[in-house]
Design a protein around this ligand. Structure first.
Ligand SMILES: *Cc1c(COP(=O)(O)O)cnc(C)c1O
Length: 404
């Protein structure tokens, strides 16, 4: 029997032993304000009317659920792609950014802060702020700013202020520290838009709810297309885990739906250059919640590695840690080269260039054998435009095998 409490955390924000809110005392007021109000606001009819209208007419939802015939033929099974790549701004992140900025307005905040690594979440948040007329400040490591120039330009054009984090390794974790410091200093005016199902309670639940539109649509679309609302498998890549949480949400308590998560193996789980948290992580606290964390014996976070910036994270959301611990989901570790190959395969076979993150989910097709009649739904979390430099390098040095 499948337990029926996977989806919702308890009052303290725990999924099993994972979650909670581990925050400095100075953040209590902000986090408590959110905890007290988020459900009341986002479940109100007035909120839902505005949010659903924006999802439909601004983001472009529902995104298609596409039966990929050529891919299905290759793997001898029935593969459906959930096309989050067709959302405005090119990925699932906008579902959450819009929801949180709408929530912030109702909490009386007029200033939004966010942090971003590759810039995708920064762009989504800056987009929502431009649309809804809120000030937007995005913290970003100095090194990441140099590496991600096109996304920095987008954020600036959208009216956001991009603030470099110049301490430590000058990357994502330093940007998180800067954002937290800002939130402490500006608690009454400011909402912190966290970009994945991580952070102190209620963020993992809040973000999962905003992304759950993905599995809600999959159910309706499967019902329309094949006359049943549950697939045999759902597959998604996991960085922090927001697109995966959205893809799994309405299926975690459906006994006959099998759940598969793809983590970034980097150069391989034993290489020392990996981001496969369920394979390498241990119980710890990262960014305000208790979960699996890649860390040394004395609790120093280990620098992760993945070819895809969106999966290059040393933790995993508590929702997923719980699914892993309870064996409700099967986790695969996908290496950089395997993800690259899958990106080229999808492009050749279906004419869809996926984000490198999404290519990790596709690569599960090479790791697991599905039956001919299995309905396999894969979340295509984003489009590959942002990864063209990496893809181009592969094409130029000929290391990409062209036959499929
Ligand atoms: C950011 C990103 C991810 C990883 O984030 P999750 O919170 O794990 O979903 C995956 N795919 C794309 C396209 C992204 O931009």
């Amino acid at each position: 029997m499948i337990k029926t409490n996977y989806k919702n955390p308890d009052e303290q924000g725990y999924y099993g032993e994972f979650g909670g809110a581990f925050i400095p005392e100075m953040l209590y007021p902000n986090v408590e304000e959110l905890q007290k109000n988020y459900l009341k606001i986002i479940e109100s009819e007035e909120f839902q009317t505005e949010y659903q209208d924006l999802l439909k007419n601004y983001v472009g939802r529902a995104t298609p659920l596409y039966l990929a015939k050529n891919l299905s033929e290759k793997y001898q099974t029935q593969i459906y792609l959930k096309r989050e790549d067709l959302n405005h701004t090119g990925a699932h992140k906008i579902n959450n950014a819009l929801g949180q900025v709408l929530l912030a307005k109702r909490l009386g905040k007029h200033r939004i802060i966010a942090e971003t690594g590759a810039g995708q979440h920064g762009v989504a948040t800056a987009t929502a702020c431009a649309l809804l007329g809120l000030e937007c400040i995005v913290y970003m490591g100095e090194i990441d700013i140099a590496r991600q120039a096109p996304n920095v330009a987008r954020m600036k054009m959208l009216g956001a202020t991009v603030v470099p984090a110049t301490s430590g390794s000058k990357t994502l974790k330093d940007a998180v520290n800067e954002a937290l410091r800002d939130w402490i200093n500006n608690s009454t005016t400011t909402h912190y838009v966290i970009g994945s199902v991580v952070g102190p309670h209620p963020f993992p639940d809040l973000v999962a709810r905003f992304q759950s539109v993905i599995s809600k649509e999959i159910k309706e679309q499967l019902n329309e297309q094949i006359g049943r609302s549950t697939p045999d498998y759902v597959i998604a890549c996991v960085g922090g885990g927001s697109n995966a949480a959205g893809t799994f949400y309405h299926f975690v308590e459906e006994e006959n739906v099998k759940i598969i998560a793809a983590e970034a193996g980097g150069f391989g789980v034993d290489s020392g250059k990996s981001a496969a948290t369920t394979f390498l992580g241990t119980l710890g606290v990262l960014h305000g919640s208790k979960s699996l964390v890649m860390q040394t014996k004395d609790g120093q976070v280990i620098e992760p590695h993945s070819i895809s910036a969106g999966l290059d994270y040393p933790g995993i959301g508590p929702f997923h840690a719980h699914l892993f611990k309870e064996n409700r989901a099967e986790f695969f570790s996908i290496n950089d080269d395997e993800a690259l190959q899958s990106a080229f395969d999808l492009t050749k076979l279906e004419g869809i260039i996926p984000a490198l993150e999404s290519a990790h989910a596709l690569a599960v097709l090479d790791k697991k054998k599905f039956n001919e009649n299995d309905i396999v739904v894969i979340c295509l979390s984003g489009r590959g435009d942002k990864d063209m430099e990496t893809y181009l390098k592969m094409l130029e040095d000929g290391s990409q095998k062209t036959e499929v």
